[in-house]
Design a protein around this ligand. Structure first.
Ligand code: GAL
Length: 440
């Protein structure tokens, strides 16, 4: 079935980062050697005529794919003459997909529609002229009245709208397995920093992995939640503006806390995906994991765990009442080979039916304000309420507050820090990155 067609991803076969990067490079080169539609060169014109819909995302694995597959099923039923071509590149947080996409866009071989986070990440594509404004879609379906104003702001540039958000995810969640905590004599989710550290010590004494982490982006995700906990949502927001105080005592405290946390994490992190790290919690091998609420989809839909008893959650200590948010949105690529199909897809994606089908499986709340709460399981019912009352903090790891270039500079600084654990150098590198990138 065309809905199951996936970009082959040989680099997943290797956990050696160097080999993986090389394989990724080869794959990108192969992809670029093909026309965007994936057909041989001589077929280029006929393939562009052939009706299909090419959608690019990184939703392949556990906790990621079910929601998309459900949408594909509806799409293919409603558009039998325009099959869905699922162009996915595996790797959490788009760690591989974004590189492949950048190369395709630079080579003018775009898919019809691609995943881009609302906020600074989307702005990159807008400024590079790689996406079309879709005001006409918003006008036709009235999406701007049905989606929250804060979200609409993050997909608008110079008065024009550029993507359709399918969801809102929350990044600052502490996941745990109640049975494991009982075994380690931890009384429940820690609320403060000091409680957290004392619970991590208890977990260590009980011979558990205190805090499970995976590959580097998951450790950046962890860092952002510690920074938000330490600086508060307004201190965090100020860092991303011109002249943000990266040199200050607040950032230093956060980085020292982060270093302290890393001492309680697993040493094989680099070779683990986010799902691997979350599974350590589900399997009772680790006490805690800090991850976005796509983990709810993974625990509940993939691992068939029961909310509250099989897995449980709380805001990351120090972030109660703060929603570290992000939103997956889809664009209309400039030069889309099947533009009309992409326009229909975006209209569908913003519909109540699509959002109430996708989100209960994905572990996210809908971008639309008129969701039917009955369709959402325990965690998501809680999230729907929290979204209404919490203060908002935009995610760094998932594209809201900083451009791809700024993120890359932070990744480089973090990569070094994870090796040498030198807080002073790390902070200086973050200061330089902010000087170079803020306001760009
Ligand atoms: C985020 C994305 C989520 C989820 C996660 C893990 O960047 O917004 O939908 O896929 O990465 O891959």
């Amino acid at each position: 079935m065309s809905g199951r067609t996936q970009t082959r991803r040989p680099w997943r076969a290797s956990r050696n980062p160097v080999l993986r990067a090389a394989l990724l490079g080869v794959t990108v080169a192969l992809l670029l050697a093909l026309p965007a539609s994936g057909y041989g060169k001589t077929d280029a014109r006929s393939s562009a005529k052939k009706s299909q819909l090419e959608v690019f995302s990184w939703w392949t694995g556990g906790g990621e794919a079910h929601g998309l597959q459900a949408l594909i099923k509806i799409w293919n039923k409603q558009h039998p003459g325009t099959p869905f071509k699922n162009e996915t590149v595996a790797g959490g947080a788009g760690s591989n997909a974004k590189a492949v996409l950048a190369q395709r866009l630079a080579a003018h071989k775009p898919p019809d529609s691609f995943q881009g986070h609302a906020g600074a990440e989307l702005l990159d594509y807008i400024k590079a002229g790689q996406v079309e404004s879709i005001d006409f879609i918003y006008k036709k379906y009235g999406f701007n009245k049905i989606m929250p104003a804060q979200l609409i702001k993050q997909i608008t540039y110079k008065g024009h709208l550029y993507s359709v958000p399918v969801n809102i995810h929350r990044a600052n969640i502490l996941w745990y397995n109640p049975a494991t905590l009982r075994k380690a004599e931890i009384s429940g989710a820690p609320k403060s920093w000091s409680e957290f550290i004392s619970d991590l010590k208890k977990a260590k004494d009980a011979k558990l992995i205190p805090l499970a982490v995976g590959e580097q982006w998951t450790q950046k995700h962890l860092l952002e939640t510690v920074m938000i906990a330490t600086l508060g949502p307004s201190g965090w927001a100020s860092l991303w503006k011109k002249g943000g105080n990266w040199n200050g005592a607040g950032v230093k405290t956060a980085l020292n806390r982060y270093k302290e946390l890393l001492a309680y994490t697993n040493s094989d992190s680099a070779s683990l995906t986010w799902q691997d790290a979350s599974k350590l919690v589900a399997d009772g091998k680790a006490a805690f994991n800090i991850m976005g609420d796509w983990a709810d989809g993974y625990f509940r839909v993939d691992l068939k765990k029961k909310p509250s008893s099989g897995y449980n959650w709380a805001a990351v200590p120090g972030t109660n009442g703060v929603y570290d948010w992000l939103s997956d949105s889809f664009t209309l690529a400039k030069g889309a080979p099947h533009r009309a199909a992409a326009v229909q897809w975006l209209g569908f994606l913003g519909s109540k039916k699509a959002q109430d089908t996708f989100n209960p499986l994905k572990g996210s709340i809908p971008a639309r304000k008129d969701a039917n709460p009955k369709l959402y399981d325990t965690y998501l019912k809680w999230a729907l309420k929290q979204w209404k009352s919490d203060k908002l903090a935009g995610s760094l790891t998932h594209g809201v507050v900083a451009s791809n270039a700024w993120n890359t500079d932070i990744d480089t600084a973090l990569g070094l820090f994870l090796q040498n654990k030198n807080v002073g150098n790390f902070q200086s590198a973050l200061v330089s990155a902010a000087k170079k990138r803020s306001g760009t």
